[in-house]
Ligand binder design. Structure first.
Ligand SMILES: NCCCC[C@H](NC(=O)CCCN)C(=O)O
Length: 431
């Protein structure tokens, strides 16, 4: 397919031509780290960027800091093929862009520009609509879930984004997550003079923490529970009458997450019973779903990635890698989606100050832009090859069906794909 090859070259050329502007965009986002749902500067930077590139932009799209930018090629007889690219741009408290979401925004913008540039240079086989969605609050809250509820993904055929990591990977099984805030209410008293008058909320918090630690023996290797004590009392001689903990519960399927949630809630509730405290369990954020695999999309992405110099570990290694969670998981239950990981030129780990530095480094640019090229080239494959889209849809249907079976399939996935799961992470070949 000479035309497809020519378009892929055009993707790379356009992204290279725009590289300075793209770098400036991610640098400006990196320099102004903003927390979930408060990404006002990033929203402003990105909406101005797309407006200046003659995209049709809707600022404040359903959420204050979300946006939509759209472009369509010329109409043909059949309905347009709709490709979505996602930009994330929220940061972490105190350590800034420690998950490199400034680079996610850059990848989304670069891929969209590259794809548009390529499609403008030829007559594509059918009309193509490109939508870039700016999706706030991945680190806390789940902006994509708000946008799903608002119908933002409804007519999309495929959705693509990429996340920074320690190496390149087509698919890593991000887990489903439930956040819970645990509040214990006790009774204050002088801790030395009449302690028997008090009800110790700190004891409840400590018991809860230890109950969870005991539960770990019976957790599946793929489950993760981790928490912090946000309020542990005010003074040693006052029996604490209030404590607060925040926990994240994670599992590879929604069914496992429900089991883990039930067991963990029993740990929290029993700590209240033992100490005589009242307990309140609440969740202020959406549950994130596990990211559904799409073998066809991942394979296509990896083939393109290799063309631009990426190296990938085996599929088995990827499936055994542990990652975190993302609200992109919920998107994959709506639309076939791809969420590959990319090397940024550093061995630092996400959520550390070292990663913040790497995400703002000049070195990350080469890797970020080649990721954008590979995403846009993958979109071109989907556009130029109708059989590929059909196979992507079949993969998606199958993955969803597997998730819907409450037992057996999830267990099989656990045992077959993720046996002996360790703290393994995908590394770049050069490490
Ligand atoms: N409600 C808590 C969400 C935490 C999301 C966070 N996401 C990331 O680190 C991005 C990495 C994507 N795999 C997490 O702790 O997993």
């Amino acid at each position: 397919m000479a035309l497809l090859k020519q378009c892929k070259q055009q993707v790379c050329d356009v992204i290279e031509q725009e590289s300075e502007k793209l770098h400036a965009l991610s640098q400006d986002i990196w320099k102004t780290p903003e927390l979930a749902y408060k990404e006002h500067t990033a929203h402003q930077l990105l909406t101005s960027f797309f407006s200046s590139q003659a995209w049709e932009v809707q600022a404040h799209y359903h959420l204050d800091t979300a946006f939509r930018a759209q472009w369509s090629s010329e109409a043909t007889d059949c309905p347009p093929l709709h490709v979505g690219f996602l930009c994330e741009y929220d940061a972490m408290p105190e350590i800034g862009h420690a998950c490199g979401h400034n680079l996610i925004a850059e990848v989304g913008a670069a891929a969209a520009l590259g794809l548009r540039g390529a499609l403008e240079s030829v007559q594509p086989p059918r009309q193509v609509q490109i939508t870039v969605l700016g999706t706030p609050a991945e680190e806390d809250g789940g902006g994509k879930i708000d946008l799903i509820k608002a119908g933002a993904f409804e007519d999309m055929d495929v959705v693509l984004m990429a996340h920074p990591a320690q190496g390149d990977a087509g698919y890593i099984p991000d887990e489903a997550i439930h956040d819970v805030t645990v509040k214990y209410y006790g009774k204050a008293s002088h801790a030395s003079a009449y302690p028997w008058e008090g009800i110790n909320a700190l004891d409840a918090a400590i018991l809860a923490y230890n109950n969870i630690s005991v539960l770990r023996q019976q957790m599946k290797p793929t489950w993760r529970v981790h928490g912090i004590i946000k309020n542990g009392g005010v003074k040693p001689n006052i029996i604490p009458d209030y404590t607060e903990l925040e926990f994240y519960l994670r599992a590879p399927s929604l069914k496992d997450l429900a089991d883990l949630r039930e067991k963990s809630y029993a740990c929290f509730n029993s700590a209240a019973t033992a100490t005589g405290c009242k307990v309140e369990l609440s969740s202020s954020t959406h549950d994130f779903y596990d990211v559904l695999p799409n073998k066809t999309l991942a394979k296509t992405y990896k083939e393109n990635g290799k063309q631009v110099g990426m190296w990938f570990a085996s599929e088995e290694t990827e499936l055994n890698a542990m990652a975190g969670s993302t609200d992109f998981g919920n998107v994959t239950y709506e639309v076939p989606g791809l969420h590959p990981y990319f090397y940024i030129g550093s061995n630092a780990f996400n959520h550390t100050a070292e990663y913040t530095e790497a995400a703002g480094s000049e070195k990350a640019q080469y890797y970020t832009l080649r990721t954008a090229k590979s995403l846009a080239m993958t979109a071109l494959d989907v556009i130029f090859n109708p059989d590929l889209l059909e196979s992507i849809r079949q993969d998606w249907k199958m993955a969803k069906e597997m998730e819907d079976i409450p037992s057996g399939i999830d267990t099989a996935r656990d045992l077959n794909c993720r046996a002996g799961c360790s703290s393994f992470h995908i590394k770049n070949k050069t490490e």
